[in-house]
Design a protein around this ligand. Structure first.
Ligand code: SOE
Length: 382
């Protein structure tokens, strides 16, 4: 294995850990031609950067992401920083001819996301936005069943992403792990952070969303900003509910909140079609529920729980023996495996930045509808 992909990691938070874990493990589990080499990492706090480099095995640290982007010994820039920084880093990386892997959402706005798409496409560099849930084997199996026509004409797609970690008004906004609450940095609240995942999955499974109407709410209006120490207005959406129309004629219903007491990451979807239905729940992520109507007898027809752990199931032949589960972290590993396999085969893996832009368009239409109270077109590519 003489080919290498030398990684420059920007960021050291939760998402950077999921990505570095994937970079470290890829060659243990997937027979790709390239060896991942963890070359350099950077971030705002030099002490945390040094700890991160030691923990995950990076060869060196840098004090500025620009040095990593400019370095001759880096092939891939992995962006795991807050949303506001994605465009500048990604565009610089593309101009420097590096491959770009970027955490979701691609950016804060459609305008920023478009500039990122333009940059990677003009440079012709490999790119992917990290909508990792596509690579959960049960969700990938759902995709396979849909593509095989097993669900038939779709009627309904509904999805939730429910959390409860910001209910207390004492949770500050801004800085380290709390930048997700600061609209200037995050761009939006649950729409960009949680619904973006569900929108990506929905459009992957069920095609483009064309129109939306939404209700957003900010329950806690002011929070202390941990950077300035001052009480400041909260600009993010704490909760967002929206109805969608898909290009295929089916209807969508989406809900995300950080105020669903008792739920940490209740992420579910259900698709109902003419020939059957599919349902997924992240809290039991090794299962896909399938109701098969077509071709089944009325007296034995019913919901079936598929334990998605067999070698025949997506990704599972790379792991253990049938019946043994994999977890959240493997969705990042599977995504990286597809990304690298795409580079090697010449057939790029999705979601590329252009797909991330489509999700951004839906997010922006949802937020706009939250303000106007009317149906908004998404402008998603058909
Ligand atoms: C927010 O709590 C968060 O960490 C998101 O930022 C991730 O994208 C999601 O997968 C889990 O929840």
């Amino acid at each position: 294995m003489s080919k290498q992909i030398r990684v420059g990691m920007i960021g050291y938070g939760f998402m950077a850990r999921t990505h570095s874990n994937a970079h470290n493990r890829l060659n243990n589990f997937f027979p790709v031609e390239h060896k991942m080499v963890l070359k350099a990492c950077t971030g705002l706090d030099p002490v945390k950067v040094a700890e991160y480099a030691a923990t995950w095995g990076y060869e060196r640290t840098e004090d500025d992401w620009r040095k990593i982007v400019a370095a001759d010994d880096i092939d891939l820039i992995d962006i795991c920083t807050p949303n506001s920084t994605h465009p500048e880093i990604a565009i610089a990386a593309a101009k420097a001819g590096k491959m770009v892997f970027c955490e979701k959402p691609l950016a804060r706005t459609v305008e920023e996301a478009q500039a990122m798409v333009d940059a990677v496409e003009a440079a012709g560099v490999a790119n992917m936005v990290s909508f990792n849930y596509r690579r959960v084997p049960a969700i990938a199996l759902a995709k396979r069943l849909i593509d095989e026509g097993r669900i038939g004409r779709p009627f309904h797609f509904r999805a939730n992403f429910l959390q409860d970690w910001t209910i207390s008004p004492d949770v500050p906004q801004g800085g380290d792990a709390l930048w997700r609450l600061d609209v200037k940095t995050a761009g939006s609240g649950v729409t960009g952070d949680l619904l973006a995942h569900n929108i990506d999955t929905a459009m992957w499974l069920n095609g483009p969303i064309t129109r939306v109407t939404a209700k957003t709410e900010t329950f806690v209006k002011e929070r202390k900003n941990s950077l300035t120490g001052k009480l400041e207005p909260v600009g993010i959406d704490d909760a967002c509910l929206f109805i969608a129309e898909f290009a295929n004629g089916s209807l969508g219903l989406f809900e995300a909140t950080r105020y669903a007491r008792g739920h940490k990451a209740l992420k579910t979807f259900e698709l109902n079609g003419e020939y059957g239905s599919l349902a997924f729940d992240l809290e039991e992520m090794e299962y896909l529920d399938y109701f098969e109507y077509k071709g089944t007898e009325a007296d034995t027809r019913g919901w079936r729980r598929i334990h998605v752990t067999n070698g025949e199931h997506p990704y599972m032949s790379h792991y253990w023996v049938p019946g043994l589960v994999i977890g959240y972290e493997h969705s990042f590993l599977n995504a990286l495996a597809d990304f690298v396999a795409g580079i090697e085969s010449g057939v790029p893996a999705e979601p590329r930045f252009r797909a991330g832009l489509q999700t951004q368009k839906v997010c922006e239409a949802v937020l706009k509808s939250g303000r106007t109270g009317t149906w908004e077109p998404t402008g998603v590519e058909l």
